[in-house]
Design a protein around this ligand. Sequence first.
Ligand code: G2I
Length: 497
Amino acid sequence: MTEQSPHGRGRTKPARRHGPRIALAAVTTGAVAAVSLIALSGTAHAASTLGASAAAGGRYFGTAVAANHLGEASYAATLDAEFNAVTPENEMKWDAVEASRNTFTFSAADQIVGHAQSKGMKIRGHTLVWYSQLPSWVSSLNATDLKSAMDNHITQVMRHYKGEIYAWDVANEAFQDGGSGARRSSPFQDKLGDGYMEEAFRTARAADPDAKLCYNDYNIDGVNAKSNAVYAMVKDFKARGVPIDCVGLQGHFNSQSPVPGDYQQNLQRFADLGVDVQITELDVAGSGTAQANSYSTVVNACLAVSRCTGMTVWGITDKYSWRSGDTPLLFDGNYAKKAAYTAVLTALGGSDSGGTSAGTTNGGTSAGTTNGGTSTGTTNGGTTNGGATGGGTPPAGQGCTAAFRLVSAWTGGYQVEVSVLNSGSGALSGWTTAWTQPSGQTIANLWNAVQGTSDGRTTAHNAAYNGQLAVGASTTFGYVVNGGPPPTSLTIDCQSA
Ligand code: G2I
């Protein structure tokens, strides 16, 4: 193999890891003694960017990135301010990295990877085996040669980025549209048959065992013949031990192909097979409130599915979208935040700082509401309890207060943020909250705390990193509930540990 761009040139290895970023974004502390609890819970903790808001819920919010725009100041500034994950839009595709057999060119992809790593962003690899953007030399190989070229391509590309990629789209768009549920014709399918797919996934696992391995496709967002075919394949892979970790649902929506009514249900059925799901190429043609509502619906659906680990929009600005005429993204051509941006931020539990990310803000229309959910500022102060946990006696003056805030709600679910405040006169080294979950409503996903039960009530105690609270300091944890309607207030008891 020859490699035109030596491994690691311009990049820092090993990759920066992402765990600390999430913890840092999620743990908010500060002196709040003089601030009323209502004000505190309603406003003080909301993150003000897409990435930080998603991270507070244990997820990423990413964007497709093109290397040739990184030199544009507003492009890079918006990327760096708002997103905590990237997908190279074209730079890791077969025609970009292996235009000639066994000669690998990673320079453009390396540029994106290096940039992302320097900012602590996750990286999705896109894509290894796809019928499109495939050099003609691949299509002309016979079956034996094609199999070896495919295995070599997967192995060389994944090894180059070993340990640096969060998830790889191992195979992309391998199924036909329409009602047949059949595989799409491609050199791989036509010459190697269905078996090429598991060959690709097995080869990928061997090349980088730490990367999540995804199947990625469009028009599989709702339950339909195509998604049923993908579902059957994933189910079969799981049953036979073929390595697969995630399904990427691209999410290219427009008026002919709107967000389906059974979107969340479809995400959940894939998750129930034991794979993660990710929204991988989200964009929504349109403008204003309608566009904003579709975005909220997508984000809320992901938040409601605990194995939906993150969302990626297919570009930063309408200016550079692959379908620019549809103005499908969150920032307009001048990098102004659109209504769709506000809707996404709100759905993620964030709140606009009023500032700008990089470009100008148009103060545009605010997002409307839909079944995609409304953001609310509903808060209620919880109860204070300076008492002991487990029968122990805390030092005098210790105590904490927990407050409930409904972040967003949608048909069949809602998201809550709980603020825990050290309202006592001594430092806290741990806390436990408890509440009565409304009947028939189950917690799908809880983050920044450890969930339990006690005396028929739901409990959540501090995680390893947010138990220590100075006097007047606070932290938050969150959870998503399946079921409804959401309570308008909820009494949450808090005990110091
Ligand atoms: O088509 C939208 C996406 C559908 N799912 C898979 C994605 O990989 C795909 O991305 C798009 C890129 O956004 C476009 O930028 O894939 C297209 C190719 O199928 C990309 O367009 C190509 C142009 O067709 C080429 O002429 C151009 O040389 O981008 C290339 C690089 O700029």
